[in-house]
Write a protein that binds this ligand. Sequence first.
Ligand SMILES: Cc1ncc(COP(=O)(O)O)c(C=O)c1O
Length: 379
Amino acid sequence: MNSFNSYLSTELTNIRSKNRFRSVKLPLGIDLSSNDYLCLSQSREIKNALKEGIEIYGAGSGASRLIRGHRDIFEKTEKKFANWVGSENSLFLANGFAANVGLIDAIADSRTLIFTDRLNHASILDGIRISGAVKKYFHHRDMTHLRELLQKSDPKARKIIVSETVFSMDGDIAFVKALISLKKEFDACLILDEAHALGVFGNEGGGIALAANLSKEEVSEIDFRVYTGGKSLGLEGAFIACSNLSKDYLINTMRTFIFSTAPIPAVLFALSVSIDLVKKMDLERSRILENANLLRSGFKKLGYETLFSESQIIPVVLFEEERALHFAQFLQEKGFDIRAIRPPTVKESRLRISINSNITRELIQKVLECLPNEPNAIA
Ligand SMILES: Cc1ncc(COP(=O)(O)O)c(C=O)c1O
């Protein structure tokens, strides 16, 4: 074995010895783990739109949007998305990872201070790293700590505050009003990642910024909102909702936009249909949140730790990797597709359960009935 392969093999042995080895598995049973919250990935209308879009626009785009990859459907859907979430404009990227990394890299440099929630997504952290900005972690959802850090920082430094709204692993929700007021007080830029809020929260499913009792003026204070197309919208991609000025700036500076082939135009054509569907799904939204409450309180009653989740995402914290793996396997054998999430994705190993619109009350009861009465029973 050459020295590079021997390095890989030693690293993998280390990962295995900590029970952190991961491999991909096909969907296993009833979906209690995906982010397809409104089950739109299987929608007949969206599948048909995707096919129709391919007929109209062809398969690939052929080049980056600044060369020959641009099509009218990009701008049309960007405008439509912006209208939905109440922003001046939006910019579409191939996925949420490219959106966060590219956005942060484009607006920050080594003189910028970035205040980031301790539990923000890997794409946000990678954006900060690539930009070379100075990273300041604030304790998870702790607005007092954020204020202290802002107060202590150089008043002349350019500042960015960044937070998810519905946190992807804990399922709790950021204090958006407080974030906006701090950003105003300290003249910072504010980025909110709405990946897991879109479709489930807010007026017409437009996300937390439209749910948090904010005035129009407050919403317009949020400089960038990142929304993904691969979760509630059932497809893929990401929209960065922002002002016209910011959009022009990103088109001119954002490396993941400039140096990457434009996404498949048919995806935008289908996303446009998906937006219309999501807006009308109030019944599904309330069912998802009711059923999530039911499952969460069931787990809590039995003594399981579900943190401060108040969304469709329910963490069941089991701490050790092995326990989380065994527990997930136990539930998978009962027919539920529930997965273990382990370090380095999260600090404490857990099950991450997510509720989608196909999940019924009866199904929640079935999950609860098969749980051991005591959290330590499965070791
Ligand atoms: C909060 C958050 N932001 C961004 C992303 C990345 O989005 P995408 O899957 O479209 O790359 C994810 C994960 O999928 C996420 O959970």
